[in-house]
Write a protein that binds this ligand. Sequence first.
Ligand code: SAH
Length: 345
Amino acid sequence: MKDIKSLAFEELKMEMECLGEKAFRAEQIFRWMHQKMVRSFEEMTNLSQGLRERLSQEYALTSLEMVRVQESALDGTRKYLFELEDGRLVESVWMKYRHGNSLCISSQVGCRMGCAFCASTIDGLERSLTASEMLEQVYAVTLLTGERISNVVVMGIGEPLDNYGNLLKFIALLTDEKGLHISQRNITVSTCGLVREMRMLADEKLQITLALSLHAASDEKRRKLMPVARRYSIAELIEACAYYFERTGRRITFEYALVKGENDAQEDARQLASLVKGLNCHVNLIPVNPVSERNFVQPDTENITAFKNKLEKNGINVTIRREMGRDIDGACGQLRRRQKAYTRR
Ligand code: SAH
């Protein structure tokens, strides 16, 4: 069956034409799916019973099943574990900020990038998510919380640029004025640094924020943490970032997970500063999240502050990521891992 929720509006219009339906039906159905976020064709009450039946015979209306939610007593952050229709699991994290609610979504089930500190990649990639499965994380959490989501960050499980086509469809649907109409400026896509796709994305000239997971300031150190660094050098990455800014005018975010004794020395900060100095950018320092299967430790607070100060002295825009949901934590991908282990038992 066709995945109707992943269709762009124009595609849906063509589908309705093929069914011999009037063009305005496409807009009605689109709004039911992407604005009212209904979970069945039956609820599309301004369509004839005949059309509703026909739709349910020909199309699948993707929906996710929430299997668990954990809520932080400290800041209200909620981690949702969702089951896809084939039984696979993904996580989404909902965070409340003064400027609005933000949802961090997954783009794949598992990941094949192999970063040393990351829990999501331990069992490799199972499959990529469809556009509708990415959207459904936003819709399901909107319905569950009853609150509007204003920011979406594609920073959960998976490498979004390794699922490029579906990611672009997802962004188009999420920002459609006949849907939730989330502004492109409120969407962030985080990548481990797939240079070819970063450049393709730049050429799309979207107004989304691109975040690059840098995590090291030399190729040698980066290769120890991230296998993708064997494919692309830091010089190539920085060039791709400059190109992204040139094409879109959007400031790049560099993510840098601080790992005690690995990349947190003053010399690392100095190298990082000189790398990103010429770019219109912002550096986000993330004290590494301990993962039970991995042996990485956060630097001491003084070290983190010293690292930040060093960057600032060099004129770099920098923030330390505020930790949300500390009490329900476990790094990204850990909830899914725990559930899988539980199910296996
Ligand atoms: N694949 C994409 C997006 C998902 S990971 C990417 O690599 O950017 C989201 C962010 O969390 C990345 O910056 C990733 O490097 C970081 N991350 C993964 N595991 C982490 C951990 N244990 N501690 C801190 N950051 C981590």
